[in-house]
Each structure stands twice: as structure tokens, then as C-alpha cells.
Design a protein around this ligand. Structure first.
Ligand SMILES: Nc1ncnc2c1ncn2[C@@H]1O[C@H](COP(=O)(O)OP(=O)(O)OP(=O)(O)O)[C@@H](O)[C@H]1O
Ligand SMILES: [Mg+2]
Length: 502
């Protein structure tokens, strides 16, 4: 077995309220059949928190929304606020749900220790937010407010404002955290050729081109302790949510939100395997980039993945060659340490998809991954639609179809239909997702939090919870601090639960 690791994914969602039919309704799911997406309603997905903090502009193009993104977010969270008296709550499945600055919902999965479990928990977040969206739309209808709220699992709106999908990995504390960064920065900059969500990018002189990543153009620094003023690849703010003597939390800011489960699986799974090798002391010094922030953009824009970028050593390598190096070193490390034979099924699937994704690029044959990697699934969808209707990539109908790929609604979005038709692969089952909506991961600290939240809800008791604290708000103010995210059992929590149930 590879070393056990805790990880969690935070996803910020784009939100918009589209005008009703007649004034341009939301994108329909029809795009994958023959009819064009019905209208331009959803094209103006509003900016997320980061855009708002940066003073980003409002949406460009698309009709004016009838309800602002701020108002839509308030409708979305109305029930949550009634229930939790806050728009920042922990749920009985161990996750955190909140409304950040800039009116945009964020779901942070509970701590997971297995990639498949993480994928189910990430999808559970979508299911929870979709249910909230349906409730909010019913509320709009009741109040006679025209419009439909859409939630998008993407990273950039039509005005170019960006919002994030952050990955968190528990790593053992070492003095050479910065040295790990030497290997991780070129890894994060090049993995977009596999895990990018696909992005229609307006060209300066007119027209558009397809790029790997929505997020690449938005990153400004390699490493930094701030995510608001600067936008780093790794956030070095030291907040481990665990015993600080033993651990750090690697907070990864770069990376597109993933729609396909297999893309989430690969993104987190490949990073976990590389981290295991680096934590074991293997160094990767020779792949540092000369100009990381320039390289991240160039690599995103080059769909061949074969144009060379300059390394700090003066050597020139393509993103494809660099990812081939990372994969070769991880595979050799797993072999030489006897871990290959003990990999889990999902870890084998990660290595296989990593290899096949690179082969697809080497052979320029996206059909090798066209049901598994977001950029390829979406690229195929857009290509077929464009050739059927003879449209340019810069046509607004193509932009709307592209946006519908990210709409989390099983009715209005495309993912559910694509999966049903065998055009998008799955990792989990619907049952696993339904389970993750109500139950926390059973193997981590999240289990304790989930039980505590559930017990408090049932007894209507007032509590305060965060990643490490469980507290009953009564005269005794009993608090338990959970410094070990690996541990799903704790006698102190048993006592706390007993106190809640009296
Ligand atoms: N010790 C840990 N190691 C790795 N991941 C963790 C650990 N504890 C919690 N996590 C995960 O980290 C994520 C934290 O999400 P949260 O949105 O609260 O992030 P934050 O960076 O602390 O806060 P913010 O987004 O407000 O800046 C969750 O997905 C959670 O499961
Ligand atoms: Mg967060």
C-alpha cells in the first residue's frame, strides 16, 4: 500500500440567473443531440469571489440577468441560513458549504483518504447544490420573480473573471517544503494537458482558439501565502487543520474544476502518487522552469502539447515530455519500492489513464481519452456541433454549449446525458454519491464531525464546528480538538455525543 493520505477538494461555483424563455431561457440539454442550445440566457455566468476581490468587471455579452448574482446566491442559501443561521455551515456528511465574498457558493468536501471516496464526495457536493438550486428556483417562481438560477462547475465567466477549485493534500512536515515546490510547480504547470477542462479563448485579433485550461491565464505567482491579492499555484499559508508539529496541508490553487469523474480521479490520484514519492525524499530538481508563469499560459494555449518551454537549466522540453518524465519517475519509484503490486484498483486506473492521456497527445489522437478527460470530451462535443451547424469556435451558440457542459443540473446541464449515452466515463455509482450526500467518509476524522452535526440536528442543539473543533454551545462550552485527521474514532467525541443526547 502507498502511504495513507488525507485530501479534500474545494469547489467554487459560478452562478447566474437567466431570463425566462422568450427573453432568452437557459441553455437546454439539447446541445448533445441536434438542436442548438436554445438561447443565450446562461452565457453571463457572473464572477466569483476572486474576481470580485480583484474588482473584476461584470459579465459581458448575454442579456442582462433579471436577478443579480448576489440576489441569486441569497435565494440559493435561504434555506441553509434558516437552518444553520449562517451561510457558512458544516453538513452531516462532514463537508463545509459556504458563501464566500462575491456571492458565490463553495463546497469543500470532507477529508477523504481514498480517491474514489473523494470523487463520490465531490459529486455529492454537486448533488447538494443542485437540490438547493431547484429549491431556489421554486422560490423564485412562488415570488413571481422571472428567471432560472444556474450553477456552473467551471472557473471563468464570460467577462474573464476567475474562480477556483482548490485541492488540499496532507503532507508530513519537513524542513524542505520549498524543495518539494521545485518539483511540484513544473508538475502542476504541465498536468493541465491532461486535467484541463478545455477553454474557448478569445484571440486578441478576433476569432477564438481552444486551450487546455480555463485557469491557466489567471495564475500570477508560483508560490505565495495569499490567494486574494496574488493568485499562486501553491498557497503556502501554514494552516494544517491538523497537528502542526507533524503535518502541513498542501493547498493547491491551480487546477480547473473537473466535470468528468475520471478527470477528478486523475487530477487527485496522480498528485497523490507524486507527493508520496517526494515525501519519501526523492528529488526532482532538473525540471524546474525558467519562467513558470509564462510557461503555464503557453502550455495551455498549445493543444499539441509538444512546443518546448525553457527550463531553469537552459534545456528545452515540451509539457508532454515533462509529464512523461514525471510518470516514468513515479512508476520507477513505485516499482523499486515494491509498491506497484499493492496499488489499489483506482490507483492502477490513475496510472493507466495518465499513460494513455500522454499517448493520446503524442499520437495526436484525442479519441483515446474522449470519454475520460474533460478537454477531450468537451472538445468532441463542440467539434460535432460546429461541423453539423457550420459554426466558428467564436460563435455564441458554441460558447453556450460549452457553458452547458459545466451546468451542474442533470436537466439543464449535459454531463448526465453524456454519461447515460456512454460519452462520459464514471468512477462512482449513483448509490455511492447518494450515500456521500448524507454520510461522512467512514475512515477519517470527518466521521466524527458528521456524527456530531447529525446528533445536534436531531436534538436541535446549538453547536460550533470547524475542521478541527467540535463544540457544544451551552453553559459548559465543551470542546473537543481533533488534531488527527486520520482518526475516525475518539472517546472524547463519544462523551460529547452522549452529552448532546441527554
Ligand atoms: N489536515 C488536512 N489535510 C488536508 N486536507 C484537509 C485537512 N483538513 C481539512 N482538509 C480539507 O481541506 C479543505 C478545506 O476547505 P476550506 O474551504 O475550509 O479551505 P481553507 O483554505 O481552510 O479556507 P478558505 O477557502 O476559507 O480560505 C476541505 O476540503 C477539507 O476536507
Ligand atoms: Mg475554501
Amino acid at each position: 500500500m502507498t502511504a495513507r493520505r488525507i485530501f479534500g477538494v474545494e469547489t467554487e461555483y459560478g452562478i447566474t440567473c437567466a431570463p425566462p424563455a422568450g427573453r432568452g431561457a437557459g441553455v437546454s440539454g439539447a446541445g448533445i443531440s441536434d438542436a442548438p442550445p436554445s438561447s443565450d440566457g446562461a452565457a453571463g455566468a457572473r464572477e466569483g469571489a476572486e474576481g470580485a476581490r480583484d474588482g473584476g468587471a461584470g459579465p459581458a455579452g448575454g442579456p442582462p440577468a433579471v436577478v443579480t448574482a448576489d440576489d441569486a446566491a441569497r435565494y440559493l442559501f435561504r434555506k441553509v441560513v434558516q437552518w444553520g443561521r449562517s451561510s457558512n455551515v458544516f453538513l452531516r456528511n462532514g463537508a463545509r458549504l459556504y458563501l464566500d465574498v462575491g456571492s458565490h457558493p463553495e463546497y469543500a468536501t470532507a477529508e477523504c483518504d481514498d480517491v474514489r471516496q473523494l470523487v463520490a464526495n465531490d459529486r455529492a457536493g454537486e448533488a447538494i447544490l443542485d437540490e438547493m438550486t431547484e429549491d431556489a428556483n421554486a422560490l423564485l417562481a412562488e415570488e413571481g420573480v422571472p428567471g432560472t438560477i444556474h450553477l456552473f462547475k467551471n472557473n471563468v465567466d464570460s467577462a474573464g473573471n476567475s474562480f477556483g477549485c482548490h485541492e488540499n493534500y496532507l503532507v508530513r512536515r519537513r524542513r524542505d517544503f520549498q524543495a518539494m515546490g521545485e518539483a511540484l510547480i513544473p508538475f502542476f504547470i504541465t498536468r493541465q494537458i491532461l486535467t484541463g477542462a478545455g477553454h474557448i479563448r478569445a484571440r486578441a485579433g478576433g476569432g477564438a482558439s481552444y486551450a487546455f485550461s480555463q485557469r491557466a491565464d489567471q495564475m500570477w505567482d508560483a508560490m505565495s501565502s495569499a490567494t486574494t491579492r496574488s493568485r499562486p499555484i501553491i498557497n503556502t499559508r501554514d494552516e494544517p487543520h491538523a497537528d502542526a508539529d507533524l503535518y502541513r496541508r498542501m493547498h493547491v490553487i491551480v487546477g480547473d474544476s473537473s466535470v468528468a469523474e475520471t478527470t477528478t480521479m486523475l487530477k487527485v490520484g496522480m498528485t497523490d502518487l507524486l507527493l508520496g514519492m517526494l515525501e519519501d525524499g526523492v528529488r526532482v530538481r532538473d525540471l524546474a522552469l525558467a519562467e513558470p508563469m509564462r510557461a503555464i499560459r503557453e502550455i495551455s494555449h498549445d493543444m499539441t502539447a509538444t512546443s518546448p518551454v525553457e527550463l531553469a537549466s537552459g534545456r528545452r522540453m515540451s509539457a508532454l515530455q515533462m509529464q512523461e518524465e514525471f510518470l516514468a519517475r513515479v512508476t520507477a519509484y513505485l516499482d523499486s519500492t515494491g509498491q506497484t503490486a499493492e496499488l489499489t484498483d483506482v490507483q492502477r486506473r490513475v496510472l493507466e489513464l495518465w499513460e494513455r492521456g500522454l499517448r493520446a497527445l503524442r499520437e495526436q489522437d484525442p479519441t483515446l481519452v474522449e470519454t475520460e478527460l474533460d478537454w477531450a470530451i468537451k472538445g468532441r462535443l463542440l467539434d460535432r456541433y460546429r461541423s453539423k451547424h457550420t459554426l466558428g469556435l467564436d460563435d455564441p451558440r458554441v460558447a453556450r454549449l460549452s457553458l452547458a457542459y459545466h451546468d451542474i443540473s442533470p436537466q439543464r446541464g449535459l454531463a448526465t446525458t453524456l454519461a447515460r449515452r456512454g460519452l462520459m466515463a464514471r468512477v462512482t455509482t449513483d448509490e455511492e454519491i447518494a450515500d456521500a450526500v448524507v454520510n461522512p467518509p467512514a475512515s477519517t476524522r470527518a466521521r466524527l464531525r458528521g456524527e456530531f452535526v447529525a446528533a445536534a440536528q436531531e436534538r436541535r442543539r446549538d453547536i460550533t464546528v470547524d475542521w478541527v473543533h467540535l463544540k457544544i454551545n451551552d453553559a459548559a462550552q465543551r470542546t473537543v480538538v481533533l488534531k488527527d485527521p486520520f482518526s475516525p474514532v475518539d472517546e472524547r467525541v463519544d462523551a460529547l455525543l452522549a452529552a448532546l443526547r441527554v
